[in-house]
Design a protein around this ligand. Sequence first.
Ligand SMILES: [Zn+2]
Length: 393
Amino acid sequence: MYDIRIDTDKALKLLQEMISIDSVNPSLVKTGNGELGIAHHIGQYLEKMGIGVKYQEIDSKRANVIGVLQGTGGGRTIMLNGHTDTVSSETMSIDPLDPRFENGKVYGRGALDMKGGLAAQIAALHSIIESGLRLKGDVILACVADEEYASRGTETLVKNYSADAAVICEPTGLKITIAHKGFAWAKVEVIGKAAHGSLSDEGIDAIIKAAKFLVEIENLGKDILSQRDHPLLGSPSIHASLINGGIELSTYPDYCKIELERRTLPGENRETVAGEIENIIEKVGSVDRQFRANYDVFFYRPALEISREQPIVQTLKKACQIILRKEPEFVGMSGWLDSAVLAEADIPTIIFGPKGEGAHGSVEYVDFDSVVDTTKVLIKTILDFCGVCNPRA
Ligand SMILES: [Zn+2]
C-alpha cells in the first residue's frame, strides 16, 4: 500500500465552492445559469494542481472541462466522469447555494447529485499528484455538462476522448452500479374521420380507436413485460405519458396522438420497442377494420450492463474490499445515466459514488465521510488500473 494523504479540508472547501456556484441546467429551466461558471472554476483549480486543461464549448452558457494527468506510458487510461449541471432549485426548502456543513453532511443543490462525486474525483487526482507517484497510464477527468437533460456534454466528450474504462461518481451509496435501464420514446398517431357529431355513419372517432390501442399497451405491460426479469433491474415497463386529440364537442375527432415511454432492459433495443408497437397496431387493425395508425420511435437511449469480469469492475471491487473492509454490493439503477453513452463509445463504465439524500428533492445533502471514502477507493482504483512506475518513490 502506498502512503497517500488526502487533504480533506481542501476537498470540503472545493465541494462547498462548487455548490455555491449556480449550475442549473438551462435546458431544464430557461433561466438556468448553465455550466460555464463551474467549468471555469474547476479548470482553474486543476491548473493550480498542475494538470493540463481543455474546454469543449457546447454553447454560450455551457462547456465541458477536461483535465488530463499524463502517465509515463505503457499503462491503461482511466476516465473519471462527472456532471456539473444540477436540476432546478425552485422546490428546495433550504438555500440551494449555501453549502452548510453540519453533522458530517454538506447541504445544497447538487451536493449529492453530483458535486460530492466531482469533489472526490478531483481530490483523488490531487492526492496522487501530491504523493509524487507517477502513473503509467493517463487519467482523464471529464467534468461534463447537460447530464440531467440530453447528455450533450458526454456526447461531445466522446468525440475527442476515449479510455480503457470509466468511473462515474454519481451517488450510489458506495455500492457498485453495473447496470441500468434504457428508455425509448414513441409517438402513435391514430387517424379517424371528421364529421358532424350527428352523423355517426360518416365519422370515425380517433379517440375511441386510440382507446383500443391503449388497452393493448396495458396488456403488453401486464402480460408480457412484467414476465421478463433482470436480476439487478427487475422488469421492463411501458406507459402512456401524453395524449392529445379532438376539436370540439360536436365533431368526430379525426386525429389522436399518444406518446409512450418504454423503459428497457439490457438486450432490448429500439427495434424491440418498434416491433411491439407495430404488432399492437396490426392486432387492433385485424379486429377493427376502421383502425388506422402510424408510429415513430423518435428517441432512444440504451440500457447498460457491464460484465463483472471486466478489469475495471474487478479493480474497483478489490479497492472497495481493501479500503471499506467489506464485500461491495453490486446493484442496478432504474434511471438512465450518461454511462450508456460512454459504453456505446466502447468505454467499459461503472458507477460508484457517495451516500446522501434528496437528489432532485427539497433538502439535498451528501455525507462527507462517504465523499472521502469514495476518494480513497478512487485512488486505489487509479493506481491499480493505470499502473505506478516509481513504486518506491
Ligand atoms: Zn446525476
